[in-house]
Design a protein around this ligand. Structure first.
Ligand SMILES: *Cc1c(COP(=O)(O)O)cnc(C)c1O
Length: 385
C-alpha cells in the first residue's frame, strides 16, 4: 500500500512535463542520432548558461562527472597520484569514490553543526604539504561556500572541485565582493548528477561537468569518449561515459523548468519551517538569501534515541521518511583511513538526522499536515511517564 505521504514519487515528479518529455523522446527516436549530436549539444549549452561557465560536458552520471574531472586534472598535471583532496565526511559515497578512483587520497573533514556542510576550521586543521584540492559538497541543495573557505583555498592554492549533485540552480551570495556565484561556477570544475531523484532528474542515469577551463572541458570530453582526441587516435586510457541524446532531450525539457521545480521545493521547506513547532526537533536553518538553498532534502535533527520511534510513529501515520546519510563516508569500509582526526559533528549528525518528504507529490499543504503529525508524534514520544 502506498503511504499517504510518500517520501518521493517519480511519476508525480515528471507528471507536469509528460507531454513535453514524450514529444522530446519521439524526436530523438525519429532522428536516427543515438550518440552525441544536437540534443547533447543543446543540453550542454543550456546548462552552461544556467551555471554561468564557459563549458558544460554531458556525461553518464554524477559519479562519472566527478571521477572524469579528477582524472582530467591528473592527466593535465594539475593533480598527481597521492595528492590529498579534502571532502566532508557527511556526503554521498560517490564524492569519496571519485577521489580514490583518480589515485588521489581522500581526507575527510568535519562539518559545521549549523549548516551540516564542510567546516572551514576542520579543513584548515587538515591541510598538509600534500593537500592540493578541496571538494565542497552542496549537500541537501545548500551552497557550501564562504569567505573562510575562499580564504583557505587562496592561502594554500587549492583546486576547488564542487560536488553539485544536489544543488542545481543554487547560488552563493559572496560576502565582501558583493557578487553572486551559481553553484557549479565557484570552483575550477563542478560535477552535476541528474539521477532521477535529484531536483532536475533524467529518466535514467545522467550527469555533467561544468568548468570555465578549456583544458579541463576538453580532457573530460576526451576521457569520456575512450580517451580519443580524433578518430582512431587514443592518447589516453579513457572510458565510455557519454551522455545519451535521449537523456539529454529529457534534461533539456526539465532544465527549462528548474526555477519552478526549485520554487516548489522552497515553498514546501518554508511550510515545514513555519509549521513544525515541537522543541525536540531541530529544523534546518533558512538561508539568509533564498537562492542559497534549493532544498534537495529537508533534514531535521532529533535526539538520537528518539529517531527510530519518531520515524516509526510517522510511518504509522502515513509519512515516509529517509536518512541522508546514516553512515559517514569515513566509517564505510571503502573509506577506511580517510579520517585523520575525530569527526564528532559528522558522527553525531549521522545519528540524529531525518529527511522529510519534499519531492513530488509533497505540496505546502501536505507539509503543513505532516508538521501536525510530527508535533503530535513528538508530544507523545516525549511525554513523561
Ligand atoms: C547523487 C550524488 C552523486 C552521484 O551521482 P550519480 O548520478 O548517482 O552517480 C554524487 N554526489 C552527491 C552528493 C550525490 O547526491
Amino acid at each position: 500500500m502506498t503511504p499517504r505521504y510518500p517520501f518521493l514519487d517519480l511519476r508525480a515528479e515528471n507528471e507536469p512535463y509528460l507531454d513535453e518529455l514524450t514529444r522530446a523522446a519521439a524526436r530523438v527516436i525519429a532522428s536516427g542520432r543515438y550518440i552525441g549530436g544536437p540534443e547533447v549539444e543543446r543540453f550542454e549549452s543550456q546548462l552552461a548558461s544556467l551555471v554561468g561557465t564557459d563549458y558544460a560536458v554531458g556525461v553518464s552520471n554524477g559519479l562519472d562527472a566527478l571521477r572524469l574531472t579528477l582524472r582530467a586534472m591528473v592527466e593535465l598535471g594539475m593533480l598527481s597520484p597521492g595528492d590529498e583532496v579534502i571532502l566532508p565526511a557527511n556526503t554521498f559515497i560517490a564524492s569519496l569514490l571519485a577521489i580514490k578512483d583518480a589515485g588521489l587520497t581522500p581526507v575527510c573533514a568535519d562539518i559545521s553543526p549549523a549548516t551540516l556542510l564542510l567546516s572551514p576550521e576542520s579543513v584548515e586543521r587538515l591541510i598538509t604539504p600534500r593537500t592540493r584540492a578541496i571538494m565542497p559538497v552542496h549537500l541537501y541543495g545548500r551552497v557550501c561556500w564562504s569567505a573562510a573557505l575562499a580564504d583557505i583555498c587562496r592561502r594554500h592554492t587549492l583546486y576547488i572541485i564542487e560536488d553539485c549533485a544536489q544543488a542545481i540552480g543554487a547560488t552563493a551570495t559572496y560576502p565582501g565582493i558583493n557578487a553572486t556565484l551559481p553553484a557549479g561556477s565557484i570552483g575550477h570544475a563542478a560535477a552535476f548528477s541528474f539521477y532521477p531523484t535529484k531536483n532536475v532528474g533524467a529518466l535514467g542515469d545522467a550527469g555533467a561537468v561544468t568548468t570555465s577551463s578549456p583544458e579541463i572541458a576538453r580532457m573530460v570530453r576526451t576521457l569520456a569518449n575512450y580517451g580519443s582526441t580524433e578518430r582512431n587516435r587514443y592518447p589516453y586510457a579513457g572510458f565510455n561515459c557519454r551522455l545519451d541524446p535521449i537523456q539529454a532531450a529529457m534534461l533539456s525539457v526539465k532544465l527549462a523548468h528548474v526555477g519552478e521545480i526549485n520554487r516548489r521545493r522552497t515553498l514546501v521547506a518554508r511550510a515545514y519551517s513555519r509549521s513544525i513547532t515541537h522543541p525536540a526537533v531541530m529544523l534546518p536553518p533558512l538561508p539568509a538569501e533564498e537562492r542559497e538553498c534549493v532544498w534537495h532534502q529537508y533534514v531535521v535533527q532529533l535526539p538520537p534515541q528518539l529517531r527510530q520511534p519518531f520515524r516509526s510513529a510517522l510511518l504509522a501515520d502515513g509519512v515516509e521518511t529517509d536518512i541522508h546519510y546514516p553512515i559517514p563516508v569515513h566509517l564505510q569500509p571503502c573509506g577506511a583511513g580517510s579520517a585523520r582526526t575525530p569527526l564528532p559533528h559528522a558522527e553525531e549528525t549521522a545519528r540524529s538526522i531525518v529527511s522529510l518528504p519534499i519531492g513530488a507529490p509533497t505540496t505546502p499543504a501536505a507539509a503543513e499536515e505532516i508538521a501536525r503529525i510530527i508535533d503530535h508524534a513528538l508530544a507523545h514520544l516525549t511525554e513523561k511517564p
